[in-house]
Design a protein around this ligand. Structure first.
Ligand code: MN
Length: 201
């Protein structure tokens, strides 16, 4: 049996991010969408294992593409949930090491926030805005990901991610992605972002 991925529990209640992100969205997003990525990754791994055992004919290219899509979806959502904190505990501006890095690498928090929001609002179709750290230039960098296949960023640890797939906001904000992005800042868990940066050493 191939090893399997599992769905991590949400680190707070489904309704904890209200009024900024509704309970209904969180339930579907975590229990259905994220679970589907976990299932998809496990199914692809299983297919590859069966192919190696000669028990199944597999289109390796298509299956690896499927595997990448689902693993990336799983990993991104596993960062996205703890990147947020219940309304009242999240939001505001960061402290700690990440505050210093943002000021040094982006000029000021407000300038970072504006550019990150712009990245999120302008993703064509489904995707993500991500704050990463690149050790090579010792700097935080903003990236934008279409859909969720981003194997080329494998060396850039993600500190903060914002999901702008329609499933992340449509039931509450309809087509107004900008309003969702603006509201999302109220639930950013800066201490989680800071500890991700600190763990990089
Ligand atoms: Mn999502």
């Amino acid at each position: 049996m191939a090893k399997t991925y599992t769905l991590p529990p949400l680190p707070y209640a489904y309704n904890a991010l209200e009024p900024h992100i509704s309970e209904q969205i969180m339930k579907l997003h975590h229990d259905k969408h994220h679970q589907a990525y976990v299932n998809g990754a496990n199914a692809a791994l299983d297919k590859l294992e069966k192919a190696r055992a000669g028990a199944m004919q597999v289109d390796v290219r298509a299956t690896l593409r499927d595997l990448s899509f689902n693993i990336d979806g799983h990993k991104l959502h596993s960062i996205f949930w703890p990147n947020m904190a219940p309304a009242g505990k999240g939001g505001g501006s960061p402290g700690g090491k990440v505050a210093d890095r943002i000021a040094a690498d982006f000029g000021a928090f407000d300038k970072f926030k504006a550019q990150f929001s712009d990245a999120a609002k302008t993703v064509e179709g489904s995707g993500w805005a991500l704050l990463c750290y690149d050790k090579e230039i010792d700097s935080l960098v903003l990236t934008q990901v279409e859909k969720q296949n981003f194997m080329e960023l494998a060396e850039l640890p993600i500190l903060l991610g914002l999901d702008v797939w329609e499933h992340a906001y449509y039931l509450q904000y309809w087509n107004d992605r900008g309003k969702y992005v603006d509201a999302w800042w109220n639930v950013v868990n800066w201490s989680d972002v800071d500890s991700r940066l600190s763990r990089l050493g």
